[in-house]
Design a protein around this ligand. Sequence first.
Ligand SMILES: [Zn+2]
Length: 681
Amino acid sequence: MRLLTVLSFLVVTLLAAASPRIAAATGAPAVLSQEIAVSLDPPRHELRGESRIVFAPGSRAVRLRLAREARVASVRCGGRDLPFTFRSGAIDLELPPGEESVAVSYRASFNDQVSRHPAAGEDPSYGVNAAIGSEGTFLGGGAHWYPVPEQVPASRTITITAPAGIEAVTFGARLSRETSGGATRSKWQEARPVGGLSLCAGPYLVEERKAAGVTLYSYFYRDNAELAPRYLDAAAKYLTLYQELFGPYPFEKFAVVENFFPTGYGFPSFTLLGGSVIRLPFIVDTSLPHEIAHSWWGNGIDVDLSEGNWCEGLVTYLADYLLKERRSLAEAAEYRRQLLIDYASLVTPENEFPLTAFVSRNDPPSRAIGYGKAAMVFHMIRSRVGDEPFFAALKDLARQRMYRSATWSDLLRAFAQRSGKDLSDFRALIERKGGARLSLDDARSSQHGAAWQVVGEVRQASPYFAQGVPLRLETSAGALSRLIPVSARQATPFDVAAPGEPRRLLLDPDAEIFRILSPGEIPATVNSVKGAANLIGVVTRGCRTDRGSLRAFLASLSQGRAAIVDESELGPEQAAGHDLLFCGVPADASLLPAGAEPVPPGETGQPDSLRFTVLQRRAPAKGVVALFEPGSAAAAAQYGPKVTHYGKYGVLFFSGGTNRRKATAAAADAEVVVRFPVQAP
Ligand SMILES: [Zn+2]
């Protein structure tokens, strides 16, 4: 089971859990097949079950896990009752010589209550491992709702019976589904069982179609049924994309199933989304592709946790990230920068751990490591080996390891084999905590005839990491990029020949590598304005709205008490001692942070537009300066209240009724940006 990304407008919650795979107990008898038949009784929160298990010839001592609250009616073999013990959730028995199969009859009730307040919002299960009820039924793989042998069976069929109209879904291909005699029945079969079974049931409306070579189903409650076509269309689109990238989809079907409590789970061959999650408009292009990618990475190929959980980082990279990259390279760079900002903002020496210690996300720092840092490692691997070998290696892995498990080492080996490149230096990033803390030092430009040269050092604070570090040099004759092989020591000198007069030198301006940003590299954002302790609103002559709407805008950023003055009234000391939010652009450019990126005028000025920009003052000056640029009072009223919802961004542009741009300003910190003095002409 994978728990997928569930997003709400204000809180981003990434949920994850390790698969409840059945440990392959060494020496436990192999299981040739298992048939499971359960009958659900929602009003009583109960099920009746029968399971027949066929073991490999010669098996004797057998153990089956079953929920400890269950009542075992009988264990039969060859038509006779067999002695057994049932203690602490384990049925133990001896197969008589020559017998290979047992049939277990049992009853069990499951009625976990949905916690309305999961502890600190970090319990992704909402307290429900198993519940049968009129609202809906969820039986998780870890709840042992059927007798679970110690080895995964080679094949498995499941028959589910419920009151008429209660449709059920579980792993495998749906062989049949029918309603008669007051009951709804369905039968499922797995050709390649991969772990503990989960089951859901409810008064679903079912839709189905065949697309991308896969049978697709939706099981939605009536209230959300109209959304089913959107989910099926999107599932078909992403299954097509991922089959091109990774090879054949590994399961018999893909179903999108609605859950009666607001989680997002991913299982082999279906995903289970809470009704409130399904209604969020972006889920279809965020959580859904993430979960579909897990079909290969995490569900089809299991994570061997001995070297840590790699699958969340890989899926974050191949879904959340890659889909952005396919839309725009600028969005992709922004996504990577945000991963680095999250890491630097959330991870501390106290909560930091290496990727080899990541099991599942249980709070924002562990997400920044296990999802964010790991995604950056995959980005660096792809940059090193190249696109074609990177995706070819993923296809190799899918072909070679499907229905088995894989470690970080298996992944590195696949990328190395496909590309013929040595990737052993990535082990440091995977096995060690943290990452490089990099800065530029002692950078100088000099002219030699018509040519220019820039020399300097890339410095790092301990602990040291060896890696290629991208530098970009902007010159009067255009920009050039260089990858500097930085070694695991304090200083690595570099020497770059420039085609024109150097203007700026930037270290890793597009967030291509995993590194720990310095505080000065973390950009000012809408949240910085909301948190500013002594903000003043300043009306410039270019302000295209009135004071009342500036007041309302400040209030929407929790700055309703801020003073508002005209630019002409603003004294230099007052300006220096306060955070400033200008309506319009100040006539006095010295009020903007020194070295601030020039604010392009092109997109502002249209009546139906609003731009909001937050700039960090450069050290030693402190605080932020923000520019509120509505094209009209109407635009201020329409778009102003939206700004507060974009807390982690520092550059926003709205027009045509919607957000057109959201970004953070590039690093302005002198430690990673060097500005060269412009020579007199
Ligand atoms: Zn995931």
